[in-house]
Ligand binder design. Structure first.
Ligand code: DQA
Length: 148
């Protein structure tokens, strides 16, 4: 079982970027925790961050036959990228959208997610823990599918 975690633009600066909103953990800290949880649950967790829309889309295309599911935090592209939405539909894998902050409680332009209706579910406002719940939920979903 494999789950790929995609982080969008500016998330490489976690830890120093607006810590009051996004928390103090760095991206490598978040990623290594996800890999460790994956290990405990027999799931190969791979992580990828890019500041480029096309690189995120290329990553989805390249991994679509290698992975079972995605965790997606497209950051600013959540609110703007039709192309990323189309790629998520195209790869046709279960996906959970995660945001560290509660985007609904922020500026109006963050209230709209172009992924909201094409993902399995969404977790936001729980900080880095949101990724962990997403991973556990996807693993449970994949096991349930296998045993169905
Ligand atoms: C974010 C929320 C987005 O609105 C913002 O552009 C980000 C991070 C979050 O994780 O809270 O870069 O996706």
């Amino acid at each position: 079982m494999r789950v790929d975690v995609l982080h969008g633009p500016n998330l490489n600066l976690l830890g120093e970027r607006e810590p009051a909103i996004y928390g103090k953990l760095t991206l490598p800290e978040i990623d290594s925790r996800l890999v460790a949880i994956g290990k405990e649950l027999s799931c190969d967790v791979r992580t990828f961050q890019s500041n480029h829309e096309g690189a995120l889309i290329d990553y989805l295309h390249a991994t679509r036959r290698l992975t079972d599911a995605y965790i997606l935090n497209p950051a600013g592209y959540t609110h703007t990228s039709v192309a990323l939405r189309d790629a998520v539909i195209a790869v046709a894998k279960p996906a959970i959208e995660v945001h560290l902050s509660n985007t609904e409680a922020r500026e109006a332009f963050r209230h709209k997610s172009l992924l909201a209706d094409v993902v399995m579910g969404r977790i936001q406002g729980l900080g880095a823990q949101g990724y962990e719940w997403a991973l556990r939920a996807l693993i449970a979903h994949l096991y349930a599918e296998r045993n169905a």
